[in-house]
Write a protein that binds this ligand. Structure first.
Ligand SMILES: Cc1cc2nc3c(=O)[nH]c(=O)nc-3n(C[C@H](O)[C@H](O)[C@H](O)COP(=O)(O)OP(=O)(O)OC[C@H]3O[C@@H](n4cnc5c(N)ncnc54)[C@H](O)[C@@H]3O)c2cc1C
Length: 389
């Protein structure tokens, strides 16, 4: 059993990722609620954690995190805890012995065909190349073929996706390749969102500021299993860990894709021309990431992270499949029951078995806090009327 300060709480929050931090912060600021935030890792920030490598270069601990959003509200909320620097998220593909711009844009077409293109010519070309017989794509393969045709599918999408997922795009949901745009401009940015910014002092510093209230206690290196049942929060439990683990995998295990990261320091200022290079070829890694391109840090050395896809390990990407969706739906019913009977709420990428970007995770956390507050207010009204009756 933990100490009194830890047991005497309004909220028990499992996971110090962006969701746990947001709910703890809102609970303290808006309601004066006391939260205990536990995480089995030895740091805050969950997968968005960053830290100094031994060389002194700031790196992202779990793969590159590029903050981008179309939500003014999410940006305004996080801006209370950080200033921002512009994010320049540029990705290239290394294949056939050279680098290509990615996502596909006019420059990519010029690199592939060795001649100039304007937007109209590019549209005409892709219209000729794309498979017009596919009207409603049912897989990532069909989606890419219907947009850009076989040649680009074989060059950029199929080999990379096979390596990353261990499956053909034909077996994967449209959402896997659907996120990548195709552009008829020279815009080389990786993503389309209106706001593309990075926290000036890093993500971890932002989370530390979110957790700075004296009403928030953070317990690191502690698994929820260690205090399950021992701490009874007055208002609610927020669980942001894997939903199947919460229910002891009683309906089966949800499938996740994982990654190993290798960090390599170089005695030079820059190693690659942009933050991320994708490798669809025979290399054992899928991406190389030179963080300094997006953190804005000046340093005489540099560090590049290489990512190796794995079938097991830390759960990173939910495997989008019909089985996964069915199994998650069954767990979601148990979760709804737990909300009603135990006041346990499930939010975040692991608890809702969804690939959520940071802004979506923040929005989900703000919504989860609003739901906890609504239920709490409703129960107070019920108690008050029961008292009067
Ligand atoms: C490789 C990779 C790259 C990404 N890149 C981007 C990007 O560029 N831009 C972007 O917007 N998003 C990106 N994301 C998504 C981003 O990481 C998520 O949006 C974010 O992590 C979601 O926050 P969360 O709080 O839901 O989950 P997490 O960050 O995973 O936090 C959950 C926390 O719960 C803890 N936990 C779980 N179970 C227990 C337990 N039983 N007891 C105690 N603690 C527990 C975990 O240790 C973890 O720290 C990326 C994700 C990955 C995997």
């Amino acid at each position: 059993m933990r100490g009194d300060a830890e047991a005497d709480v309004d909220l028990l929050i499992v996971g110090a990722g962006i969701v746990g931090c947001t709910v703890a912060e809102r609970a303290a600021a808006l309601r004066g609620w006391r939260s205990l935030v536990v995480d089995r890792r030895r740091h805050v920030g969950g997968n968005c954690h960053d830290a100094l490598h031994a060389s002194g270069v700031l790196v992202h601990s779990y793969g590159p995190h590029y903050f981008r959003t179309d939500s003014d509200d999410v940006l305004a909320y996080l801006s209370r805890f950080t200033e921002w620097i512009p994010g320049r998220y540029v990705v290239k593909v290394a294949t056939r012995g050279r680098l290509f711009d990615f996502p596909i844009n006019l420059t990519t077409l010029e690199q592939v065909y060795g001649r100039a293109f304007d937007a109209d010519e590019a549209r005409l070309l892709l219209d000729e190349l794309r498979d017009r017989s596919i009207v409603t794509p049912r897989s990532s393969e069909e989606l890419v073929l219907s947009r850009v045709g076989r040649e680009f599918y074989d060059l950029f999408y199929a080999p990379y996706t096979r390596k990353q997922w261990g499956m053909s795009p034909a077996q994967l949901d449209v959402s896997v390749c659907g996120r990548v745009p195709v552009r008829f401009t020279r815009d080389e940015r990786y993503v389309d969102q209106r706001h593309q910014v990075m926290p000036r002092d890093g993500f971890t510093r932002m989370f530390e500021r979110m957790l700075a209230s004296p009403l928030i206690t953070v317990l690191l290196g502690c698994d929820f299993a260690e205090l399950r049942g021992a701490i009874r929060p007055r208002v609610a439990t927020l669980y942001t860990g894997p939903i199947d683990a919460y229910f002891d995998h009683r309906l089966g295990r949800l499938a996740w894709r994982s990654l190993d990261f290798e960090l390599v320091a170089y005695e030079q200022q820059w190693k690659q021309p942009c933050v991320q290079i994708n490798y669809p070829g025979a290399e054992p890694y899928t991406r190389s990431v030179e963080y300094k391109h997006v953190t804005g840090q000046r340093h005489p050395q540099t560090v590049v992270g290489y990512e190796y896809p794995r079938a097991s390990g830390d759960p990173f990407y939910p495997v989008p499949s019909a089985r996964g969706r069915r199994l998650y739906a069954a767990y979601a019913e148990l979760a709804e029951h737990a909300r009603r009977t135990e006041r346990t709420y499930f939010a975040g990428r692991l608890a809702t078995y969804a690939y959520l970007n940071m802004d979506q995770a923040t929005a989900a956390a703000l919504e989860a806090f609003a739901e906890i507050e609504r239920d709490w207010l409703a129960s107070r009204v019920r108690h008050a009327s029961a008292g009067r009756g």
